[in-house]
Design a binder for this molecule. Structure first.
Ligand code: 13P
Length: 255
């Protein structure tokens, strides 16, 4: 399995020139750069090695939807991956039903979703079992009614076109604790997510870990075969940090 390191720049940086500068430094194989929508075109123009991702999507193709961006628009900009249901969007009112529609549109368009799931601190405090139940509910609601067969027939686990990012909300660097999950807990959750998707939907998914990943702790996550990569926030704005994380991931790629 080839590990994937996704840079979620969130609402950074502030200008095209800064975005281009950052891209040039982070343009390495095995990386996906997900800038804000307004920088997608400029970032794409300078990318040579890394792939392009978007941070959100809207489910209709075109029309009277002020402020929204469709799958067709993203495809025209050569976007390959779409982050969906990030906890920072769920926090602003994005529901499981909305995420379900976004996921449907993404898959229909042939883009690769990176579906974010993760439990809040009050749930995690009740233990790993409660966290698993919470994640299961998110996944079942987000995947409801979606035809996943098309993904399975064409792709193997090696180049799986369905990606889940397990991001415990509390572990995000700007979140409640800002402390990363214990790698062994993340491994257990990744196994749980993979088993659930395999048994319920015969779906082979890549599962990334997200939450305070940096160059110092990356190895403790990425060395585990259950962890197929990382979704990186804060450290993706520091090119040296980010490159180190991608290099660490490379060590654990099996062909
Ligand atoms: P941090 O890496 O800053 O914790 O952010 C994680 C995240 O939310 C990535 O999507």
């Amino acid at each position: 399995m080839k590990k994937l390191i996704v840079a979620n720049w969130k609402m950074n940086p502030l200008s095209v020139s800064e975005a281009v500068k950052l891209t040039k430094k982070e343009d390495i194989k095995g990386a996906v750069i997900a800038p804000p929508f307004v920088f997608l075109e400029s970032v794409e123009k300078v990318l040579k090695q890394a792939e392009l991702g978007a941070q959100d999507i809207f489910w209709e193709e075109k029309g009277a939807y002020t402020g929204e961006i469709s799958a067709a628009m993203l495809k025209n900009l050569k976007v390959k991956y779409v982050i969906i249901g990030h906890s920072e969007r769920r926090c602003l009112g994005e529901t499981d039903e909305i995420i379900n529609k976004k996921l449907t549109a993404t898959i229909k368009a042939g883009l690769t979703p990176i579906l974010c799931v993760g439990e809040p601190l009050n749930i995690r405090k009740k233990g790993l079992l409660s966290a698993k139940t919470f994640i299961k509910n998110q996944l079942l609601k987000n995947l409801k009614g979606i035809n996943l067969k098309s993904l399975n027939s064409k792709f193997s686990i090696l180049n799986s076109r369905f990606i889940v990012a397990y991001e415990p909300v509390w572990a995000i660097s700007t979140g409640t604790t800002g402390i990363p999950a214990k790698p062994e807990d993340a491994v257990e959750m990744h196994k749980f997510i993979k088993d659930l998707l395999a048994t319920r939907y015969s779906l082979l998914a890549k599962v990334l870990y997200g939450g305070s990943v940096n160059s110092k702790n990356a190895e403790s996550f990425l060395k585990n075969p259950e962890i197929d990569g990382a979704l990186v926030g804060g450290a993706s704005l520091k090119p040296e940090e980010f490159k180190k994380i991608v290099k660490i991931a490379e060590k654990y790629n099996d062909e």
